[in-house]
Design a protein around this ligand. Structure first.
Ligand code: MSP
Length: 648
């Protein structure tokens, strides 16, 4: 039996899990289940990354030990995975003894091989990100390039991992193999990190103690990425005797991560493995973030809808379906209650739910639940049967390429095709005519077969609800195997259906949205709001100084401002730009009243081609920064600068 090893990142238990964490876990779970269904010997790993300064500080705030703190949080993660029906085979905690011991051995091995050396780290340190940065890595304000908060000057003795020996191999891995998915992301990694010269990685700390001690220099603890990344191997028994699955499952078939930790998995993890002479994982699948108002969803942004709350209302499978269906590999997916509810209504209630309930209800009404065995095939059947028979192969490809949104789209194309088949064959009319009963039985049988294949292939994605469908259509376990999902005509000709409860009830959109909004408002954190856990958008691709010089940025004075009629977002500003004046329309009305801006100097992009916004001409745009709560903050220059001053 072929093996298949898939992993999620190990999550920081520094807070409670939210719907953003669910995406990778649900995606990996669906793939793991699909592969099991195909007959693979699957190892699905998830876990928690429990060391580091942030955890140490949080525990201190609460007056408990770091271990007590993480134990409590880990229980929350496990509870959520149980609730979401996550079928992980192994759960690793980086505080597990065997992992600690293995990381110590890995560190020593890298040291003995000459890839780790002792040095002194002098640089800019960002406490929230637990990261040192070099001067050239800081953002334009001299702040942390990750979170844009101030950094402090710091120096500490540290061990470093030599990255440069692996640069060529890593570049080839990213550009010449299909390791990275989507491969388009290789360009930014190569241009931003490899081409400028891979910098050695700081791999130990002396400034905090909540970590794995370096055996041969115990005042150092292993810095988080060597500790964390190694989990994928130690969980199988690499460098420890706790498990003995390494030879069987390594290398991983798929590591799935979100884009913010792509670099660590695309560059640093392969470098560590190369240094240890170990085979490299086969694929790294990188997805975007679930965003809320354009921001990465996170607990401290106060925009989190608790997955338990959503699950209670709509069922865990509906949530699984929604997040998988919305996120294309590599892109962000914006979460909104409205989109979610509309999706559940259209695809699950109207699409699949209706297909099942109409078919089962008609089999029940016209034949007392058990179909007669005579058949009368019609021309329209062929297209439906071909769509059903071809579905498994299409879903296989999508799952193998980690394109789960596309897999679901393929399945729901057949759901739609089946509903269309009902419209084409009009079984309710056949039911009124005794002489058409044979044809009616054939139509219903074809529909039951379509539902059988659809639900068998959907089960890895929606494992809780599909057995309810099988019960209603009279399918037994052997009718919904992977093998059976590739064939038409598996149910017995005299199949008996069982009319049951509606599996996906329709949701009242307005009522639900009102209630969910009230819950979100209540959940908004009061204390944490002062220093939100802000993760900025990814840096854009590099540009040259000449590219930048094309943008003509100028200081301009706001002389008057008014709201644009018919728009909630737009303000129309009259500006003195030092060149005779101009009008600019800006989408900042939710955050600024006209009087907040009049008399203030702002920065404009002065050579932007004019555009019409809500019918009003805008000659340029005003610079504003994203704020952690999804808003915008206008950038105000030194107010003594004359209008028209050029910014370079
Ligand atoms: N501990 C590290 C990972 C170490 S893996 C060897 C870490 N943990 S994390 O808890 O902060 O994030 C874990 C994963 O969840 C990351 O891939 C992160 O991007 C993902 N997500 C967190 N919020 C998310 C969204 N809003 N949307 C999608 N994924 C999100 O990083």
């Amino acid at each position: 039996m072929s093996k298949f090893y898939i992993t999620t990142p190990i999550y920081y238990p520094s807070g409670d899990p939210h719907i953003g964490h669910c995406y990778t876990t649900v995606a990996c779970d669906s793939i793991a289940r699909y592969k099991r269904m195909q007959g693979f010997d699957v190892m699905f790993l998830t876990g928690t990354d429990e060391h580091g300064q942030k955890i140490e500080e949080k525990a201190k705030e609460q007056g408990i030990t770091p271990k007590e703190y993480v134990d409590d949080k880990v229980a929350g993660f496990k509870k959520l995975w149980e609730y979401m029906n996550i079928s992980y085979d192994r759960y690793i905690r980086t505080t597990d003894d065997y992992h600690v011991e293995a990381v110590q051995k890995i560190f020593k091995e890298l040291y003995d091989r000459g890839y780790i050396y002792k040095g002194s780290y002098k640089g800019k340190y960002c406490t929230p990100c637990e990261s040192f940065w070099t001067e050239s890595q800081l953002d334009e304000k001299g702040c942390c390039p990750e979170c844009h908060r101030p950094v402090k000057e710091a120096e500490e003795e540290a061990y470093f991992f030599k990255m440069s020996p692996f640069a060529d191999r890593i570049e080839k891995l990213l550009t010449e193999t299909d390791y990275l998915r989507p491969k388009t992301r290789a360009v930014e990694l190569v241009n931003n990190f490899i081409k400028p010269g891979l910098e050695d990685l700081c791999v130990s700390r002396t400034s905090f103690t909540w970590g794995i001690p370096v055996t041969f220099d115990p005042k150092h603890v292993v810095y988080v990425w060597v500790d964390a990344l190694s989990n994928y191997a130690t969980a199988l028994g690499f460098m420890n005797d706790h498990y003995s699955d390494y030879d069987k499952y390594w290398p991983a078939d798929v590591h799935m991560v979100a884009k913010d930790i792509m670099r660590f998995h695309a560059i640093i993890w392969p470098a560590i493995l190369m240094a240890l002479d170990q085979p490299l994982p086969k694929h790294l699948a990188v997805h975007g973030w679930i965003t809320f108002n354009g921001q990465k969803m996170s607990k401290s942004l106060g925009n989190v809808v608790d997955p338990f709350v959503l699950g209670e209302r709509y069922g865990a499978d509906a949530i699984r379906y929604h997040i998988l269906r919305e996120m294309a590999l590599g892109a962000d997916s914006s979460f909104s209650n409205e989109i979610m509810i509309n999706r559940i209504n259209s695809d699950l209630a109207n699409g699949l739910g209706n297909l099942v309930s109409r078919t089962v209800a008609m089999a029940d009404k016209y034949f007392g639940g058990t179909l007669p065995t005579d058949r009368d095939e019609g021309d329209v059947d062929k297209e439906l049967i071909a769509a059903v028979e071809g579905l498994r192969a299409k879903v296989d490809v999508c799952v193998d390429e980690t394109r789960l949104k596309n897999a679901l789209e393929e399945i729901f194309t057949v759901v739609d095709r089946s509903n269309k088949y009902i419209d084409e064959t009009e079984p309710w009319k056949l039911g009124k005519d005794e002489s058409k009963k044979v044809r009616l039985a054939s139509v219903l049988y074809n529909l039951l077969e379509a539902i059988r294949v659809i639900s068998a292939l959907l089960a890895p994605f929606m494992p809780t609800d599909m057995p309810k469908v099988w019960e209603q259509i009279g399918a037994k376990a052997e009718d919904v195997t992977y093998e059976a999902a590739g064939r038409f005509g598996v149910l017995p000709a005299d199949v008996t259906v069982h009319k049951g409860a509606i599996i996906f009830p329709r949701i009242d959109v307005d009522k639900e949205i009102e209630e969910l909004n009230a819950i979100i408002k209540n959940n908004e954190p009061k204390e944490e709001a002062a220093e939100p856990d802000f993760t900025p958008d990814e840096l854009a691709a590099q540009i040259t100084i000449d590219d930048f010089a094309k943008a003509d940025l100028r200081v301009a004075l706001v002389k008057s401002a008014e709201k644009v009629k018919k728009s909630k977002k737009l303000l129309c500003l009259q500006l003195d730009d030092g060149f005779g004046g101009r009008q600019v329309v800006s989408g900042i009305a939710p955050w600024y009243a006209p009087e907040d801006l009049v008399g203030k100097k702002v920065i404009i992009v002065a050579n932007l081609a004019p555009a019409k916004l809500c019918g009003v001409e805008s000659q340029g745009m005003i610079l504003a920064a994203d704020t952690p709560d999804g808003g915008a903050a206008v950038v105000f220059p030194d107010q003594s600068l004359p209008c028209g001053s050029k910014i370079r």
